[in-house]
Ligand binder design. Structure first.
Ligand code: C2E
Ligand code: MG
Ligand code: MG
Length: 266
């Protein structure tokens, strides 16, 4: 118990220092269009390797950052790092298409969010249309009036919004149909059951059809097997993200990956 508290305190202190000294990495996982087999964009995913504590999984330090309020600084830090990377890719002609950045529930509730995103985009001269923000289903439905307000402010800036981890929260189709979202990401926990369970297959097919009715693009998360990809293609899923195509990559490895795959590059 005591050592758990000690570890948590140490992690909190080291995380603050890591943000201050720019010691975190952002990895980029490709998203591939199922029809054209072309790159549609990437998802930015934080990586932290601490000298004392070793590799810490995002789920662990993001939760801690949420609990302690560090998430606001961490969120701004990630956006800055991503915008800096986008600028570098733009200058060297790397065809990354667009970058999706995750927002936690607390960030999404921060009234200053639209303003500081605008400032960071300006600071780096990045166009809003290459940025997508991913918000989890549970954060969006916590308060749909507030969400609607925040989503329209962000969309007005020209930034896209995706609902992340769809299938893990308790949103209703009615609630979702009242929100202006661009993308729906089906959670890996559903994808894992493709072709194991006919009912789950039908649910996935239904989610894809529902998203299309609302003009949303569908991304399937955590696709690892060819057979999953084939079934998702048959159901009309638009985009695939998963180890079947690629794990999250460092910026340098991503640049090599798109050249190797012929997706465009320098
Ligand atoms: P997420 O946004 O749902 O990201 C997808 C997660 O699934 C990533 O885990 C990714 O590495 C993993 N993944 C993708 N394809 C596959 C696959 O085929 N198989 C398996 N087993 N896993 C796959 P990761 O990088 O560990 O991130 C976990 C979560 O941490 C993210 O889930 C997101 O909620 C959060 N996170 C990561 N970076 C950030 C960030 O910058 N800000 C915030 N607020 N949250 C972040
Ligand atoms: Mg995500
Ligand atoms: Mg997800």
């Amino acid at each position: 118990m005591e050592s758990q508290i000690f570890k948590k305190e140490k992690m909190q202190k080291n995380l603050k220092e890591a943000i201050r000294n720019d010691l975190l990495d952002v990895y980029y996982q490709p998203k591939i269009n199922l029809d054209s087999e072309t790159l549609m964009g990437v998802e930015a995913l934080l990586r932290w390797n601490d000298d004392e504590l070793g590799t810490i999984l995002p789920i662990e330090f993001i939760n801690l950052a949420e609990e302690t309020g560090i998430i606001i600084d961490l969120g701004r830090y990630v956006l800055r790092k991503v915008c800096k990377q986008i600028k570098t890719w733009e200058e060297s002609g790397v065809e990354y298409r667009n970058v999706a950045v995750n927002l936690s529930a607390k960030q999404f509730k921060d009234v200053h969010l639209p303003e500081y995103i605008g400032q960071i985009l300006n600071e780096y001269g990045v166009s809003p249309d290459v940025l997508e923000l991913e918000i989890t289903e549970s954060a969006v439905i916590e308060n749909t009036d507030l969400s609607n307000n925040m989503i329209s402010k962000i969309i007005k800036k020209g930034i896209k919004i995706a609902i992340d981890d769809f299938g893990t929260g308790y949103s209703s189709y009615i609630q979702l149909s009242n929100l202006s979202l661009n993308t729906l990401k089906i959670n890996k926990s559903f994808i894992d059951f493709i072709n194991c369970d006919n009912k789950k297959n039908l649910i996935i097919k239904n989610i894809i059809e529902f998203a299309h009715i609302l003009d949303m693009k569908v991304v399937a998360e955590g696709v690892e097997q060819e057979q999953q990809m084939i079934t998702l293609k048959e159901y009309g899923c638009d985009i695939i993200q998963g180890f079947y195509y690629s794990k999250p990559l460092s910026a340098k490895n991503f640049e090599e990956y798109i050249i190797l795959k012929g997706y465009g590059g320098k």
